[in-house]
Design a protein around this ligand. Structure first.
Ligand SMILES: Cc1ncc(COP(=O)(O)O)c(C=O)c1O
Ligand SMILES: Nc1c(O)cccc1C(=O)C[C@H](N)C(=O)O
Length: 403
């Protein structure tokens, strides 16, 4: 049978991105590059909307409806139905909201299950929430491989990031969600390293909540708003912990009592970041007609090529990511004791990846703007840095504030 998943739109659309000359960008898993059209669209938002419309922009440019409208676009990319995703705030805030709402669904249970591969802010937000609730909850953090086995009838909510930000290890979302539900727990997925990287099917997973950011594979820019998904059968009843006026059912009634909006809108909090949301809305147009399955297939091909070439030419590095692409997100990580300095030396030569302590060199693969030639060119530079020990230069030891 022909593979009907593949849309005719070319996956490689490098020309749509602003990429500096001489740069091979392997860090779209941390901050996606600028889609060219975003600059003009943001400029027009500033002058034509904020500038000329002034306060009228809320209605005339429908700034008010933007979090839901953009949420639907993101929803389509993560297999979520219209009206189940809303944008706003940072991912840390959305994690807090999802977990608070999940715990309210299981008041008799006291354990939040997560794993040591989770991004620290998710765990920090969870601990802060549990401390504030003061109801004797426990945050149970196990190794990623132990999550399924740790799902028992004490677990109120399992809160996991699908792809480990350091190793790229990917949980089996469907299987773990099933385990959670079999144990009577609520499931929350952080899709920070999934949305825009490979197909996600929130509906099929049956998970209650998902959250994610849009500045990585969705190219919304630094500080782009996060998203939250609530399973449609719950969205009219979940309890919003952050009861902001924009999630009220009648914000402009200015009622002194809070009454949550119907549906996903109740997960809004305050005034949305309209300039940044406009940049994101424009950036998301890149995905029109793009098959996420085709993106995934192309990303796997690039990752396999990278691993093969690195292992053949750079014996100093040890693969830290799962070898099986099915168990990996869209990044490849290698361990190297001098990884920080080696990454700085690479960046100095135009190959931009990043480093995660203690020894992980991380490379993201985004086939929208990377091809096989880029992979080989990046490995050429890596080989040079390692075989000539260019990382020994003192200038590569200075620790930057943000890595
Ligand atoms: C899994 C995960 N959660 C949360 C965050 C960060 O959240 P925020 O956007 O609030 O900084 C990141 C990356 O920074 C992440 O990778
Ligand atoms: N959100 C970031 C930021 O504001 C500054 C620097 C890095 C980030 C990141 O997104 C880091 C990323 N989540 C990671 O996987 O390491």
């Amino acid at each position: 049978m022909p593979d009907t998943r593949h849309a005719p739109t070319p996956i490689l659309c490098k020309d749509l991105f602003h990429l500096p000359d001489g740069v091979i960008y392997l860090d779209g898993n941390s901050l996606g590059p600028l889609p060219k059209s975003v600059a003009a669209r943001t400029q027009s938002m500033l002058t034509d909307e904020w500038g000329d419309l002034l306060i009228r922009g809320w209605n005339k440019a429908d700034w008010f409806g933007q979090p839901g409208r953009v949420g639907d676009v993101v929803g389509a990319l993560i297999g979520a139905p219209v009206g189940s995703v809303v944008m706003g705030d940072t991912l840390s805030i959305k994690v807090y909201q999802a977990l608070a709402a999940a715990l309210a669904l299981r008041p008799d249970r006291k354990v939040v299950l997560s794993d040591s591969g989770n991004f620290p802010t998710d765990l920090y937000m969870a601990r802060g929430l549990l401390e504030m609730l003061g109801q004797g909850h426990e945050l149970r953090v196990v190794a990623p491989e132990e999550v399924a086995g740790a799902m028992d009838d004490t677990v109120a909510a399992a809160m996991l990031t699908e792809v480990d930000y350091r190793t790229g290890r990917r949980h089996d979302m469907a299987a773990i969600t099933r385990k959670a539900h079999d144990a009577g727990a609520v499931m929350i997925w952080d899709l920070a390293h999934s949305a825009g990287a490979f197909p996600v099917d929130m509906t099929a997973s049956n998970a209650e909540f998902a959250v994610g950011c849009t500045y990585k594979y969705l190219n919304g820019g630094p500080g782009a708003p996060a998203f939250i998904y609530v399973r449609p059968d719950l969205s009219d009843t979940v309890r919003p912990a952050l009861q902001g006026w924009m999630g009220h059912n009648a914000p402009f009634a200015f009622d002194l009592d809070y009454a949550p909006a119907g549906g996903i809108e109740r997960m809004r909090v305050g005034t949305p970041p309209v300039i940044q949301m406009t940049a994101l809305e424009e950036a998301l147009k890149i995905w029109d007609g793009v098959s996420m399955h085709a993106v995934r297939d192309a990303a796997v091909a690039l990752m396999e090529q990278f691993i093969e070439e690195v292992e053949a030419r750079c014996p100093q590095l040890t693969l830290a990511s799962p070898r099986d692409p099915a168990q990996r997100g869209s990044q490849v990580s290698f361990r190297f004791a001098e990884g920080y300095a080696a990454m700085q030396a690479l960046i100095d030569r135009g190959v931009i990846g990043d480093f995660r302590a203690p020894d992980i060199m991380r490379f993201g693969f985004t086939p929208l703007y990377l091809d096989a030639g880029d992979v080989t060119a990046a490995v050429d530079v890596l080989d040079d840095v390692l075989s000539n020990e260019l990382w020994r230069d003192e200038k590569y030891r200075a620790k930057a504030r943000v890595t």
